[in-house]
Design a protein. Structure first.
Length: 62
């Protein structure tokens, strides 16, 4: 008897704790991100999340 292929439901967009939105950034910043991505073997998205989390935790409002 053949085993059944079980396909689980994929969470709907936005239900994974992440939101998608667009931003405009300078070409130079994209190039710097791409260089960092290549150096660390991480995606742009991963790096942006790391950098934003760090910046939010380490900023001060005066």
């Amino acid at each position: 008897m053949k085993e059944k292929l079980i396909i689980t439901k994929k969470p709907l967009k936005g239900e994974d704790g992440y939101k998608t939105f667009s931003i405009r950034i300078k070409d130079e910043t994209v190039a710097r991100l791409d260089n960092l991505a290549a150096e660390t073997n991480r995606s742009r998205n991963d790096l942006i999340n790391i950098l934003l989390d760090y910046a939010i935790e380490n900023c001060e409002v005066k």
